[in-house]
Design a protein around this ligand. Structure first.
Ligand SMILES: [Zn+2]
Length: 81
């Protein structure tokens, strides 16, 4: 069961897609979750609970990928104003 996820994350589902791939990108979150197969581009909408049950794990976490820039703002530098 996958409990934490966000738009842009990629997930693996318990069952692979009919096209043979098993990697999906989350394109919409809310009461319903929309995921898109990264291989064939097919979109599927699931309600949140179904999605959480069907997802196995995240393979890519968009929110972490955005933090590649070091956020060491408590180093000697102050603001860049
Ligand atoms: Zn597919």
């Amino acid at each position: 069961m996958l409990e934490v996820f966000g738009i842009g994350d990629r997930v693996q589902m318990r069952k692979k897609h009919a096209c043979g791939a098993n990697e999906w990108e989350i394109t919409r979150t809310g009461a319903d979750i929309r995921i898109k197969c990264v291989n064939c581009g097919r979109s599927v909408m699931l309600d949140r609970l179904d999605f959480m049950r069907a997802a196995k794990k995240r393979t890519f976490i968009a929110s972490e990928a955005k933090q590649v820039e070091p956020q060491s703002s408590n180093s000697a530098e102050t603001a860049l104003e």
